[in-house]
Design a protein around this ligand. Sequence first.
Ligand code: ADP
Ligand code: MG
Length: 445
Amino acid sequence: MQSTTSEKLKQVWNGLAEDIKSEVGEAEFSAWISRICIIDIEGDVLKLSAPTNFIRDEVISRFSNTVIKLSKPYGKFHGFSRVSVNGIVLLDTCKERSNEDLPLKGIFILDRKFTFKNFIVGKPNEFAYAAALRVAESDTSPFNPLFLYGGVGLGKTHLMHAIAWHIKDTHPNKKVIYISAEKFMYLFIKSLRSKDAMSFKEMFRNVDVLMIDDVQFIGGKDTTQEEFFHTFNDLVDNNKQIILSADKSPSNLDGVGDRLKSRLSWGLVADIHPTNYELRLGILQSKSKRHRIKVPEKVLEFLAVKITSNIRELEGALNRIVAHATLVGRDINIDVAQEVLSDILRANERYITIELIQRKVCEFYSVKLSDLNSSKRQKSIAMARQVAMYLSKKFTTKSLPDIGRSFGGKDHSTVIHAVKRVKENMEKDGGFMTDLEILSKSFEK
Ligand code: ADP
Ligand code: MG
């Protein structure tokens, strides 16, 4: 089956997306359809791609009729499914939004939402943010290369896109390329196969700013590393800016030669740390403003406490709650959140268990675990027990009866009483409040 040229694909999708936007409205469009990109048209199959399973499924359930209706001018598409033969296929193959075979021309595939303005700054990412902003604002590169690293879903790609948008807005003539390391390797190997290594080299050597995302994938591939190294040196020698990201620091990259490792560390290496509660809450508050439905502050706080893995997952959780509330028409409260997000909450819970909380509280107050789980009413023991129950309620998704049971078979009403007492004491007693803050912090990743 003949595939369609990338120019044609872009035209089709731009047209179709505009039509969809006028039909569904700006908000729905930016929440869902803007996340979709076109992959190919093969005969009567239109292939679209979504960044996650969740978005794919939501788009299918919300917009299939609209998309099918509006796509009529572009082909004979009948159905809409994940695996259809005749119709529109929505895949979730692209991790990031990327139009796989679009030609490398200036800036491409960039996500409009990934700007500095939309990036919430907190302790864990302030250094990386400041470095990225500095590079974006400077004409002569102060740090070359800028190497951003951190765990998955913590904002590396967001910052790179933000730099690209900033440069595009302030210096429209500069040639900026953003590319994943995987795509870089793919293009390189393709050029070797078609014996056209020259145009590959030219493509990269003529840029002003080169950004390569997720360079950990370059490990182990010796010829690509070699090419990468040369491209890199050429650009730096000519004062062109290079920005790289990876999930590890240069020195910890697997399968990367020492020479390249050391070259990667020449400029500035900035890491993004795992999130803390304040950053998570700030991000949720900012993102929830973009939804038409209001999510109560208490629910945002609940999510910020419970979902500690990464920001992508946090965002996904918020979107899911809003989607659920829109579809089912129910008010959003903590119970609903708990029900709708049970899988995400369970996955995040792995980090903090009641046993861990008990152990830490016992250490903190020098109380024996056997006493904590006994019925002893001695003041210091009862207080430690109440604190541990309160923290279990705060940091795990266990039900009140479950928590009670984990403390030597107590009743759920004992847990309710404990939570109430701890809250009262925190209001009255500053020292107690500080203790709880220290304890709570020890559970934050
Ligand atoms: P990474 O590339 O590190 O895996 P991304 O940049 O793709 O992570 O970020 C994952 C998601 O979280 C994106 O939707 C991004 O917009 C969002 N995000 C990450 N950090 C922030 C932040 N500080 N403020 C707002 N959104 C953020
Ligand atoms: Mg990324």
